[in-house]
Design a protein around this ligand. Sequence first.
Ligand code: CS2
Length: 489
Amino acid sequence: MRLGNAALPTLTDKCRLPAYDRAALEPGIVHVGVGAFHRAHQAVYTDDAIEAAGGQWGTVGISLRSDTAAKQLNAQDGLFCVGSRDGTGEKLRAIGNLKHVITAPLDPAKARSVLADPRVRVVTLTITEKGYCLDPATGDLLEGHEDLRHADDPALPPQSAIGYLVDAIRARRAAGTAPFTVVSCDNLPSNGSRLHRALTQYAARSDEPLAHHIDTDIACPETMVDRIVPATTPNDLERIEALLGYRDAGYVKTEPFSQWVIEDRFSADVPAWDKAGALIVPAVGPFETAKLRLLNGPHSAIAYLGYLAGFEYVHEVMANPALKRYVEELMSVEIMPAVDPPPGLDLERYARELRQRFENPALEHRTWQIAMDGSQKLPQRLLNTIRRRIREGQDYERLALAVAAWLVYAAGTGLDGKAIDVRDPLAETTAGFGKTANGSATVLVERFLTLKTVFGDDLVENRDFARTLEQQAGRLLEHGILDTLEQAA
Ligand code: CS2
């Protein structure tokens, strides 16, 4: 038996239930990318906001690629449980605001019409870094990107999130419908501005007045989103089914911690997310930079070094003394001095609490999961921090070690000689680098430093950066992870 509306009355003592009338909820939000992160983050804030202040804030989900989310959620009336887990157990909660999920490639007309619906005032996005079709180094739309191929002709169906949004903005404008706010909830640097620029650039390819309308009337607030949400496993689903007595194919597990900082910039009304604990502020930049550099940077370092050292989970990496010390020093010696914290944020404490979150054994967060899409993540997580240290004349050996570990990982062969299942838009290219290098750190670094979309013109041309990277890659290839870290100590 699947979870669904009919199951709710039997679940009162097993999980917290939505405290509002779900049946009466009309759509007010479209969310693109209804994956685990959305369910454990924005969906929870929206449920809390509805409970605190009401409002017609039902969510319609859109998937741009597969029908996985539609299959998981439509058969259970859009209901799903979020389990927040730590060493002391799990708190379960059923989330009620999702109405249904549309798979855009299977039903583009339906996706287009819900985005044009006048009741919809907010579109939120979790489409991952690569979903924006941007050059990660510059933030411009990538020329020649496969998913942008219909950008020049509005008569052709959109293929990307940006395409669907521009299409909807065009339709709403033609119909005299008020503009919506578009909220990026991905870990891009200046996510709101990048999104806004992408929308404007896309529209400008076919329709200058529309580009102007986007520029002046469509608000894309900057946000900082934070909650660790590992992929759900078959074991998790079994566990929850045994507990609930129903199959919840949409279940997601997460940590108790959650944070959302949103720039106070909206085209229309939004749910009372502030009453749900979100911070609405004039400037998100300092929060975002602190999070990208101090959480996501070390997360990626843990992923590449940890995977190459043979660790499956983040908490196992943190339980290894050499790696733990490396992570502590990476944060305190190299990253913290390169972060200007928002007023009131105690960086020491922030860093300490981040490490405690990484140590949470109940999450079983795979290093392989975080290692995905490194070519899209490295610039904002590690390279911008390196840039700042270079500017300030400081060294960056630990940061470079993490980047070197990405090179080795993305080249496709582990230090144990086994093939790595690298998931990245550049996976083919970087596997080619690995073959050419054939174990030589010099060649490996030389090849990778042709990737301007990752390293930008400045780092590609920086001799000292190349030398440091080569040194670190050489040490990893020659001595392995743990011996390299021991030697550095
Ligand atoms: C992680 C993030 O998979 C990854 O790349 O670093 O998803 C991380 O868990 C979140 O940003 C935490 O807020």
